[in-house]
Design a protein around this ligand. Structure first.
Ligand SMILES: Cc1cc2nc3c(=O)[nH]c(=O)nc-3n(C[C@H](O)[C@H](O)[C@H](O)COP(=O)(O)OP(=O)(O)OC[C@H]3O[C@@H](n4cnc5c(N)ncnc54)[C@H](O)[C@@H]3O)c2cc1C
Length: 473
């Protein structure tokens, strides 16, 4: 048995684990990433970054590389396939970036390697024990002693199961299949570029749906189809080529000739949320903590933002800068965010009609979405821009995300966060109050009474007094 020590073990090199490892490496935390797969599959379930995730990546200077690997800028998002517009939000990124999950992972892994951390591929975490001082992790012939372990090992998380963590929610009735399909010729009426979510999905018969998204090669499409009322006896049964061909023929007719089915995978419409995100020195993040039907394109985005929330808290704790209960705020802040996503996914599922009454309800709901307030509410939810965290500061700006303001020196505020530090914006110049804090001049805010504001490394306003002591020791 080979033995080693590190500060944090991240189990799983999906988007959540890679984002977290980047955050830890940026903060100088000794990090080991274990990944059971020997190499990347190159396959992508997710295809989008929502506006808040684009902002989060921008805070770390990662957005340009994501854009380089993207294939589409989509003007809107959707709620139950009803388009919602992000324009009412004060963001520099009011769009979905169309980017395959594999490219998000590649961009994150590339940055991680630049920070000196290599993913240990072919290393499946099989067991672990924890005590008061740390966690001992076994992955094949490797035994690692670490201060903390983070389960980023996906929906079937070995770690969550070994912790006997309750993982409950809504048992779905149906299933879906996602497949990347190359046509001989693009079927008539199907767009060749992904610019909007309008008319992305159609429903042929009650409960059945099929969606088509143009991908990054000519005639290549993501086909997502399914049945909300029926599922195969074995939900893990492989999706067959015939299933894909039948669904395509039903939607486009026999003239839609398929040249190639690159991959096809079945997914369920169950929703589940871990009862806790922390057990002692072990944390859950991403799909290990929450899974749901991929309505609205939110799961990967949720995972990346879990990582952004947890990374600086672990680093501050390991570096003895943190207030004592800081690590507990991870579950307190992120679990309600996931619960809201599960709830909005359930609401979206309820709006895919299976009866005439539901069809009428959907039509009424669609009419309501024309109201600007409804658009704003729905787009804030789907984009992640409406997320706020509770703080002791009663000011309405406290706990909200800092929009990417233009600073008096001409830079955008996002550039101040590239090193993962805290940011203090003040009207009058002052000395750095702590080694972890970057100080800069405060631009005009909608609240003239604010003269000092302290922002957390993940871009959320800690307080509107600029006081650092309750957060940093
Ligand atoms: C069909 C479909 C479409 C989707 N579309 C979207 C979308 O458009 N937008 C969106 O935001 N989300 C979407 N999602 C959800 C998104 O794909 C997931 O939320 C995302 O993959 C979660 O990332 P993760 O890193 O938490 O987990 P995963 O991506 O599952 O990564 C977990 C990693 O851990 C590794 N691992 C597992 N066990 C171990 C172990 N014991 N030891 C070491 N390594 C281990 C795995 O090999 C894997 O690499 C979709 C999901 C599906 C099914």
């Amino acid at each position: 048995m080979r033995k080693m020590t590190t500060e944090v073990v991240v189990a799983g090199a999906g988007p959540t684990g890679l984002m977290l490892a980047n955050e830890l490496a940026l903060a100088g935390v000794d990090t080991s990433v274990l990944e059971r797969m020997h190499e990347r599959t190159g396959l992508s379930k997710a295809l989008n970054l929502q506006p808040r995730t684009a902002e989060v990546l921008d805070l770390r200077g990662l957005l340009p590389r994501a854009k380089d690997r993207s294939f589409a800028t989509v003007a809107d998002g959707h709620f139950a396939v009803i388009p919602v517009c992000y324009a009412g939000w004060d963001t520099r990124h009011p769009y979905q970036l169309g980017i395959p999950q594999a490219e998000v992972e590649a961009a994150l892994e590339e940055r991680l390697a630049e920070q000196g951390v290599r993913v240990r591929r072919g290393h499946e975490l099989t067991s672990f024990t924890q005590d008061a001082d740390g966690v001992t992790i076994t992955a094949g012939e490797l035994q690692i002693r670490a201060k903390y372990l983070v389960a980023c090992d996906g929906g079937r998380s070995t770690i969550r199961k070994a912790l006997n963590m309750r993982f409950e929610g809504i048992e779905g009735q149906g299933h879906g299949v996602a497949a990347d399909v190359r046509f001989k010729r693009t079927p008539p009426g199907v767009p060749t570029q992904w610019r909007s979510t309008t008319n992305m999905v159609t429903s042929q018969s009650p409960g059945k749906f099929i969606g088509v998204i143009p991908l990054n090669e000519p005639n290549l499409y993501r086909i997502s189809f399914g049945d909300r009322l029926n599922r195969p006896e074995n939900l893990r049964a492989k999706a067959t080529d015939n299933e894909v061909r039948d669904a395509v023929t039903e939607r486009f007719g026999p003239e839609a000739e398929i040249e190639e089915i690159r991959w096809a995978s079945r997914f369920s419409d169950d929703s589940r949320l871990a009862e806790h995100y922390r057990v002692g020195r072990i944390f859950l993040a991403g799909d290990a903590a929450h899974t749901h039907f991929p309505a609205g394109g939110q799961g990967l985005n949720l995972g990346i933002q879990d990582a952004m929330n947890l990374g600086w808290k672990l680093a501050a704790t390991l570096h003895n800068h943190a207030a004592p209960n800081l690590l507990d705020t991870y579950e307190a802040e992120r679990r309600p965010v996931a619960q809201k996503v599960l709830d909005n996914v359930a609401a979206q599922n309820a709006l895919i009609p299976t009866t005439p009454n539901q069809r009428a309800l959907r039509a009424l709901f669609r009419d309501l979405t024309a109201l600007p307030e409804v658009q704003h509410h729905l787009s804030g939810m789907i984009s992640g821009l409406a997320i706020t965290y509770k703080t002791e500061d009663p000011h309405p700006a406290a706990g909200t995300r800092l929009p990417d303001l233009l600073l008096p020196n001409g830079d955008h505020a996002s550039s101040l966060f590239h090193k993962g530090k805290w940011v203090l914006l003040t009207k009058t110049p002052e000395a750095q109050p702590h080694t972890e804090v970057v100080v800069a001049e405060l631009p005009e805010l909608p609240w003239p009474e604010i003269t000092r504001v302290l922002i957390r490394p993940d871009g959320y306003v800690a307080n509107t007094t600029g006081e650092t002591k309750t957060w940093l020791t």
